[in-house]
Design a binder for this molecule. Sequence first.
Ligand code: ZN
Length: 121
Amino acid sequence: MSTSTLDAWFCCLHCKTRFAPFNGLIKELASHRSGEKCWFLFRDNAGLMNVNFEGRKAIDQAPTSVKSVEVRDGGHTTQTDMASMYCSKCSAHVGWKIVKESNNHPIVHQGQYIVQNHIKM
Ligand SMILES: [Zn+2]
């Protein structure tokens, strides 16, 4: 029988705190793979936990700062505003929340999350 992925989590690379359930994953953004690091796109209601914005603000609140980042997936590119997310236990940077998406990208939308993690085999 196949193994259930319901209990699989993306964890902090530094302290192993769980923060993103595997079943909230949409896909890897392969265009952003560099070295061993890659970006994973999560649904807007993916159930992330143990992460905060800068200043320990909850991720369902308005972030204090955002940065403009170009996101590529397949043949499509879009401009986004992203807010950095940090592990609530060890404060390591773990990814971003997409606060704004400007070009009606077919996959990347406002409210989703990007988790930066290592490629796991
Ligand atoms: Zn951590």
